[in-house]
Design a protein around this ligand. Structure first.
Ligand SMILES: Cc1ncc(COP(=O)(O)O)c(C=O)c1O
Length: 422
């Protein structure tokens, strides 16, 4: 039954009932964590064969010794793998170290001088559009470069393209946009065909120095039998003459080892040349031994897909557990809405307006850590204080169940307090 249909006395009775349950949780001194969007140990174990896979053979087919310096763009075999993953040509791909975030940071660092002149002339900050809710570390990169962030909401089809097009056409200091086009962090959106087509044309509304930061972190991370297939942004951009506006990223952080994978950056050959020039003073080459290990292990798209199915088998019960618990506890109470992801790492939940931070605080006091409310918005400011990111991948199924039992009580208790205060 909807909570708002209860009388004040009924609400109060339910409040004291739940308060007693909550106090019991507090006394049991739990220590559970739903903050971490990282793979579990069992998931990491799926890639243990990486260790020792080279068996002492360090030479590429062309005779290159991967143990030595050189080849800043990556070994050809890994560039091919990255190209297959991102639907690009190998000549458009750089293979980096273990973090695609480093590549994103560096891509922006290398654009800063290009944006400088216009910034000074207009006496305005460089600005980026941030579809919200989004990935906090994208926002941290912007903050570190003093880039002003503009929130744009999602529609079911993806980010609100009409607003984005208007903004970009109106303000030349908007120099970029963050996108997680497939199984978005945290909202689970996958952009539809029309959205991707409109992204391909965005560069024509903006200037030549506008960049779409297409972070395809969850490109292979399906949770269903019907993987989403994104339209090919680079091909569409080439048709529209905007290929320099597209910069794609991916990594194997949630495929093999989160702390020891390889990363990919894909863009036009012209952009890649300029980016390579920027990297030369800081690195002679990335870890080619690890690139070779990954090529031997992941081989091709079919082998990658089979490997990701093993991840899915471990992840699906956890995502199902969250759905089951939420549905059973608050499904009919009309106090929250949440996503049912087809892939990716997160469930995004919206509380009644104004209480996400209260839910997070209540859960923390009862020993369940959640991502801080607001973290999914630029500057940590959720204008409606509603969004909570639930990360079910890392805890064991047993811990996840316990954490959710606490979470749903905190969610309902905060909602009851709110309704009674109205
Ligand atoms: C959208 C998104 N991009 C990038 C990353 C981090 O990627 P990497 O480990 O390659 O730096 C994450 C990790 O959670 C993510 O969710």
């Amino acid at each position: 039954m909807k909570l708002r249909d209860l009388s004040e006395d009924e609400l109060k009775a339910r409040q004291s009932e739940l308060k007693a349950v909550y106090d019991q949780f507090k006394e049991s001194r739990l220590s559970l964590d739903l903050t971490r969007g990282k793979p579990s140990t069992e998931q990491l174990d799926l890639s243990n064969d990486l260790d020792g896979i080279l068996e002492g053979f360090f030479l590429l087919q062309d005779g290159t010794d991967v143990r030595n310096y050189g080849g800043i763009l990556g070994i050809p075999e890994a560039r091919q793998l990255g190209a297959d993953i991102l639907s690009l040509q190998p000549s458009q791909v750089l293979v980096g170290g273990n973090s695609s975030l480093t590549l994103m940071y560096n891509l922006i660092a290398h654009m800063i001088p290009e944006w400088q002149g216009e910034k000074q002339a207009s006496n305005s900050k460089v600005k980026f559009i941030c579809p919200v809710p989004g990935y906090d570390r994208h926002f941290t990169i912007c903050e570190s470069f003093d880039i002003e962030m503009i929130n744009v909401n999602f529609l079911p089809s993806g980010p609100d393209m009409e607003t984005i097009e208007e903004l970009v056409a109106r303000d030349p200091m908007i120099k970029g946009i963050w996108c997680v086009p497939k199984y978005s962090n945290p909202s689970s959106h996958s952009y539809d065909e029309d959205t991707v087509k409109r992204f391909a044309k965005l560069g024509n509304l903006a200037g030549a120095d506008f960049r779409i930061m297409w972070d395809n972190a969850y490109v292979a991370h399906h949770l269903t039998d019907k993987p989403v297939r994104l339209p090919d942004l680079m091909a569409l951009a080439q048709e529209a003459g905007t290929e320099d506006s597209v910069v794609m990223f991916a990594s194997t952080s949630k495929v093999t080892f989160a702390g020891a994978g390889i990363s990919f950056l894909g863009t036009s050959e012209k952009n890649l040349k300029a980016f390579e020039k920027f990297l030369v003073p800081q690195v002679i080459s990335f870890d080619k031994v690890n690139q070779l290990r990954h090529v031997r292990f992941l081989k091709d798209l079919d082998t990658l897909a089979a490997h990701m199915n093993k991840h899915r088998a471990l992840l699906e019960p956890k995502f199902e557990m969250v759905q089951k618990k939420l549905q059973a506890a608050v499904g009919d109470k009309d106090i929250a809405e949440w996503t049912r992801p087809d892939g990716g790492y997160f469930i995004s939940l919206n509380t009644l307006p104004g209480i996400a931070s209260v839910v997070v605080e209540l859960a923390a006091s009862a020993g369940v850590k959640l991502t801080p409310a607001g973290a999914t918005f630029p500057y940590g400011l959720d204008p409606e204080n509603r969004n909570i990111r639930v990360a079910p991948t890392f805890p064991s199924l047993e811990d996840l169940e316990k954490a959710l039992d606490v979470f749903v009580v905190c969610l309902e208790l905060a909602s009851l307090n709110r309704l009674l205060a109205q």
